[in-house]
Design a protein around this ligand. Structure first.
Ligand code: SF4
Length: 245
């Protein structure tokens, strides 16, 4: 199954995008958006998880014999740049603040600030994998410390080959990893639908690197309110092309 090959597949994936867009629209239209961020993301995350399960079921029923290679404690995928929307960053930051003990949150914020500083020294996206080999700052002891609120891409990036994950880690983005493509596209479309609607509603909607953006969300004051007021608070964590460096 490949997105684009089959109209039914494409329609389903478009449905994911439309759902995310509609839901984000209702979030930003309300006066109490600031209080509802976590709930809105949770709802979309549940939908992304359900889409992933559905695509996995369809894959197995189609006779595809690939086995999922992902295992508890394996974290190669957490050592590459993860693209996220402001919604995902705010929801994850809120969850971490509410659920981590202060020393753990302080440690995470320190790792995230180091990640953001390292990003600033990069020439552009091509170099971010080198930064990310230091691991996503949310990763601790080979586990995601914000697992329940992890972003869309983290939910759907399920590998069929540990060897390919190791290859990609060692050689960078040029090496693809076999995975359930429609499942990953469903997650991408949740992100795209959210990003488009955020833009339509007049808020800054950059694609940002999670490792740097979470530093800003955890360490700066009133970040989400400032973003709701129209400030591009994640500018330093935006994906740069080489000529922007
Ligand atoms: S948020 Fe969690 S799952 Fe996603 S890259 Fe970071 S540690 Fe890994």
């Amino acid at each position: 199954m490949r997105p684009g090959q089959n109209q039914a597949v494409q329609q389903k994936i478009d449905g994911n995008r439309q759902f995310a867009s509609a839901y984000v629209g209702t979030w930003l239209a309300k006066e109490d958006a600031l209080e509802r961020t976590g709930k809105v993301f949770s709802k979309l995350a549940l939908a992304a998880d359900a889409a992933l399960e559905e695509w996995e079921e369809m894959r197995k029923q189609s006779g595809d014999s690939h086995e999922m290679a992902c295992k508890d404690g394996c974290d190669y995928c957490c050592r590459q740049p993860v693209m996220v929307t402001p919604l995902e960053v705010f929801a994850l930051a809120d969850w971490l603040k509410a659920n981590l003990k202060k020393p753990d949150l302080d440690d995470l914020s320190k790792r995230a600030s180091e990640y953001l500083n390292a990003m600033q020294k990069c020439e552009g996206f091509g170099e971010y994998p080198d930064v990310a080999r230091t691991a996503c700052p949310v990763l601790k002891d080979h586990r995601c410390s914000g697992y329940e609120a992890r972003p869309f891409m983290c939910r759907a990036y399920h590998s069929f080959s540990l060897e390919q994950c190791i290859e990609r880690f060692e050689h960078g983005d040029s090496k693809p990893v076999d995975h359930n493509s429609p499942a990953l596209y469903a997650a991408v479309m949740h992100r795209v639908g959210a990003a488009q609607k955020i833009h339509e509603m007049g808020k800054p909607s950059p694609q940002v690197v999670l490792g740097g953006a979470i530093a800003i969300a955890l360490t700066e004051k009133d970040v989400e309110q400032r973003w709701l007021n129209g400030e591009n608070v994640f500018a330093r964590a935006e994906v740069k092309s080489p000529n922007q460096a």
